[in-house]
Design a protein around this ligand. Structure first.
Ligand code: ZN
Length: 353
């Protein structure tokens, strides 16, 4: 490698990652070490009702005063602005206790308010729980970009194993996506000379292999299965911070999910859509798409358009729009992507329709 031609990039890590059983009960000492005086907690109704007491006990035990704000489902920008006005100048950090939406809005709050972000995920549905990427839904689907790295991540497997199964299935889909993300990344490197980090690419692939090995346990939502899944999700998030790009975790399968959100108005959970995309993009890479399908089925994740409530027409529309979702991201789809005939062939060959 010619180092002169390799651009440098910044690596950012969280200070603390605490993952395992009963983390929320035991995070007091770690919180103490963060030097926080007052935090604002963004959460939604269910986690607020279930976890408020434990969260408050840990924060009070660490001498951190705190106040809650409940998600009212207003657009990301609106909610983040309201949160900032309410807590303006009064808090050192925003603590996200919730799912993807709460975590994304909290990243915006931390970014705009120049304060720390602490991630306490309550569902294992995607790798945003540890990544510096913020994902904002819009009429055009979803836009993702770099935002803030969490200062600390508290992942309580006891909580994450006891959620409706679709969230676990979604997390599985978001991790196996790394098989195609890494293949697309390598292709962009070989064909267009894009920066490629072999270390992060291999680590990312390992995350996918680990959850694939445990697909049945993940399907049964055993503690061990969910633990492997959450560790993989956290690792993937960290890998984005190391690589300085979302490339190790996001390729054509993610572009497909973005296209599906745009065409069918967010029909399913992010990772459920990404899982379907992974299966189809694996077929295009001429790799073991049946293995991906089997893994998804073991994890009790959807493998057909019908299972995520998407019509055949919309699925094909999304496939033909996939390559144009992000023209700067070169993938197996090339610049123009699939025409309708090719999209139908692909969806039929992989039994998605
Ligand atoms: Zn994802």
């Amino acid at each position: 490698m010619d180092l002169d031609k390799t651009a440098y990039h910044k690596v950012e890590f969280p200070r603390i990652v605490l993952a395992g059983g009963r983390v929320i009960d035991n995070m007091r000492d770690e919180l103490k070490g963060l030097g926080l005086k007052k935090v604002g907690i963004l959460t939604s109704k269910t986690p607020y009702n279930m976890l408020r007491e434990k969260i408050s006990r840990s924060l009070s035990g660490a001498n951190i005063s705190h106040e809650y704000e409940i998600d009212d489902y207003s657009p990301h920008e609106v909610l983040s602005q309201r949160f900032l006005v309410k807590f303006s100048g009064k808090i050192d950090a925003v603590v996200a206790v919730g799912g993807g939406r709460v975590i994304d809005v909290s990243k915006l709050v931390a970014e705009k308010g120049n304060i720390s972000f602490i991630s306490v995920p309550t569902v294992p549905s995607h790798d945003g729980i540890a990544s510096p990427i913020v994902s904002i839904p819009s009429a055009k689907g979803r836009t993702s970009r770099f935002s803030v790295t969490p200062q600390a991540i508290f992942v309580d497997v006891t909580v994450l194993a006891n959620v409706p199964h679709k969230y676990i299935a979604s997390g599985f889909g978001d991790v196996i996506a790394k098989y195609t993300a890494v293949r697309d990344w390598r292709l962009a490197h070989l064909l267009l000379g894009e920066y490629y980090g072999e270390y992060t690419a291999n680590q990312s692939k390992t995350c996918a292999e680990m959850v694939m090995k445990k697909s049945e346990e993940i399907g049964e939502a055993t503690k061990d299965g969910v633990r492997t899944l959450t560790e993989a999700l956290v690792n993937c998030g960290l890998l984005i911070g190391i690589a300085g790009t979302s490339r190790p975790c996001s390729g054509s399968e993610h572009l497909f999910a973005h296209a599906l959100d745009a065409v069918a108005n967010f029909p399913a959970l992010h990772g459920e859509e990404v899982g379907l995309g992974t299966m189809m993009m694996t077929y295009l890479h001429d790799a073991d798409w049946q293995g991906i399908r089997e893994g998804l089925m073991n994890a009790r994740a959807p493998v057909t358009a019908k299972q995520i409530g998407v019509s055949e027409g919309n699925l094909i529309k999304a496939l033909t729009a996939t390559a144009s979702m992000r023209p700067d991201r070169y993938t197996i789809l090339g610049e123009k992507g699939l025409n309708e005939k090719a999209a139908i062939s692909l969806a039929k060959a992989t039994q998605v329709i």
